[in-house]
Write a new protein. Structure first.
Lengths: 221, 221
């Protein structure tokens, strides 16, 4: 019985890692489709989002079954509760990747944002993918030092997000409204993806330490 | 012991209702500050968001304590798990109200969006407040018929959200980039608020029926 229980808990962790890997692959492809205006890649990202959603539902069902049958306590309980909360953030990260790919597909064969701010988006995208890889490691190892690194990377994403707004609102910006809308949304998707990574990192700290970190995030427009 | 347990479960529900009431008041004020360019009201919304965040953290701690001490099963377990998932959606709804108020404050004494699309935003805001009130009732009564009404209202919000984009991307739109950015973000905040309400409604259906509804939402840009 005890052995089965430990096996079930291990499976919770393995499922979280597997979903985080799907999300990472999805964002990597979404960023590439966005940067290179690759409509085939964009469509594959959009088509694969269901996989992430299904895996999240399965993980949730698995976690609730453990709560019902095993009545875990202490760290085991924290693992199951954290998994339930982390899974919904992972699901939203998948959605952000899909949204980005949808913009790339919609604008094809054009690129979504004009040349001048493409380097900024490229950098944001690379940071998002990097953070998502860190998240996979954090979920695998539960090494809370990685959580701090994720927060540091998020500061960089926030700075780039703000710089997009500065560019869009500057006098030199002479783009059509459609481009302004797309740049605004793309930047927000990339920033929210990073926020969710930070939110998961906080939950992993709770899992390791038992110290509950508020799920709230700094407010950004 | 059993009596204490029932009392604790009742408290979970009461806390959810109380947070939903805070969120409803916050969105009502945010919408009014946005419509009327009322900076004092906007600032009160922003100042009060901490209350919502704190109440969410307290509810989560309460729910986890119940899981640890009482090891609930069946419908009791569903209530506690649902509360943990619903609370994070309520927290995000509070954030959306705050974001809307921040736009109103930032643009004061100007209004955020130009006269031509103000009626659309007014309608979206009124629908969001209405949905939030329905949510309070749903959490109080667990009457799943209300869940369907919330979904119906969300369809209206989505249609208005699309109409904002149609306006912004039409040939007659001659606003500055700042106004385009603000209209894009405001519309997205209002639409996300409604999405979270639907997401909570689905979780309440799970609570009542035991039928797990995927936490995913239809993908919208």
């Amino acid at each position: 019985m005890r052995e089965l229980f430990q096996q079930e808990l291990l499976e919770v962790q393995e499922r979280l890692v597997a979903i985080a890997e799907l999300v990472t692959a999805s964002m990597a492809d979404a960023v590439e489709s966005f940067n290179k205006s690759d409509v085939t890649l964009a469509e594959s990202v959009i088509a694969r989002d269901n996989q992430i959603d299904d895996a999240v539902v399965e993980l949730d069902e698995h976690a609730i079954t453990i709560l019902a049958r095993q009545s875990p306590v202490a760290k085991d309980l924290r693992l199951v509760v954290s998994a339930l909360r982390i899974s919904s953030s992972l699901e939203r990260m998948g959605d952000m990747a899909e949204h980005l790919a949808q913009l790339a597909r919609y604008r094809f064969p054009e690129k979504v944002v004009p040349k001048t701010i493409r380097p900024t988006f490229k950098e944001m995208g690379a940071l998002d993918v990097e953070m998502s890889k860190m998240l996979v490691e954090l979920l695998k190892t539960q090494d809370t030092a990685i959580a701090q690194k994720i927060r540091d990377e998020d500061d960089k994403v926030d700075a780039l997000h703000l710089s997009v707004f500065e560019t869009v609102l500057s006098d030199t910006w002479s783009q059509e409204a459609e481009t302004t809308v797309d740049a605004t949304l793309a930047s927000r998707y990339l920033e929210r993806f990073a926020d969710h990574a930070v939110s998961i990192a906080k939950k992993m700290v709770y899992l390791s330490t038992g110290e509950w970190n508020p799920p709230t995030e700094p407010i950004r427009i």
